[in-house]
Ligand binder design. Structure first.
Ligand code: HEM
Length: 216
């Protein structure tokens, strides 16, 4: 039997997942070596990426390939905006800026959203399934380290209020991946785009790591 697409995409990105998870910036951030300013800067970068991810969803909702993946309970922009108001103040928009690596990431997401819906799915998977998984570990550490209220302002990005059972949601999401309406060749291209998405994330971590380094 053919390998289910959800397994294929997960296996293909496994190595890069480890790389992202163990990147210097993430290790320093979650290991307690960086201040809340680094966390705020990272959250800022996420805002630019999610703006690109969530901008074209009304159009993508009707797309035969990406449409099934567009689920309102996943949307993160309002949560990011509340977190940024908390982290940077009400004038956060004037303070927030995208690093060049973030600009490159957001530009690629926007391009896929506009021109290649199957490629968009690769970015959708990489972000939202990650946020529903490892995101919970990040939230827990951030709450303890910087004293955010549990599931409150500052970490709302990681709180999916409308996803009652994340494990069940992820199972459903994998079923959508397995049923994606593209042929085998296109599936290979989606896997390649997923790897590109991980590389773009790693690029942002690298840039953040250059801006912030843990006290020796
Ligand atoms: C410190 C950082 C991270 C931690 C601790 C972490 C941890 C995890 C964990 C525990 C899972 C669940 C694996 C499972 O269901 O068996 C997971 C899944 C996932 N993570 Fe991460 N992760 C991190 C960073 C990232 C990043 C930066 C990305 C990409 C942007 C990412 C993307 C994903 C994806 C797409 C999945 C779902 C895999 C699948 O089931 O298909 N993660 N992560």
């Amino acid at each position: 039997m053919d390998t289910p697409f959800s397994t294929l995409i997960r296996t293909a990105s496994h190595e890069q997942h480890t790389e992202a998870e163990t990147s210097t910036f993430m290790s320093d951030l979650l290991g307690g070596g960086l201040g809340v300013d680094a966390y705020a800067r990272y959250t800022e970068q996420l805002w630019f990426v999610y703006a690109a991810l969530e901008d074209g969803i009304d159009r993508l909702a009707d797309d035969p390939v990406a449409g099934p993946f567009i689920q309102r309970e996943l949307l993160r922009l309002p949560e990011l905006e509340r977190d940024l108001t908390h982290l940077l103040g009400p004038d956060w928009r004037a303070k927030a800026s995208a690093l060049p690596a973030t600009e490159a990431y957001a530009a690629r997401v926007a391009e896929c959203a506009r021109t290649w819906s199957a490629g968009y799915v690769a970015h959708h998977y990489t972000r939202y399934l990650g946020d529903l998984s490892g995101g919970q570990i990040i939230r827990d550490k951030a709450e303890r380290m910087w004293g955010f209220a549990r599931k409150g302002d500052g970490v709302r990005f990681y709180v999916f209020e409308e996803v009652g059972n994340p494990a069940a949601f992820k199972r459903g999401y994998r079923e959508l991946l397995d049923a994606i309406a593209v042929d085998e060749l296109e599936k290979q291209r989606v896997v390649a785009e997923c790897k590109a998405a991980f590389a773009l994330n790693t690029g942002v971590f690298r840039a953040l790591g250059e801006e912030f380094s843990a006290a020796a």
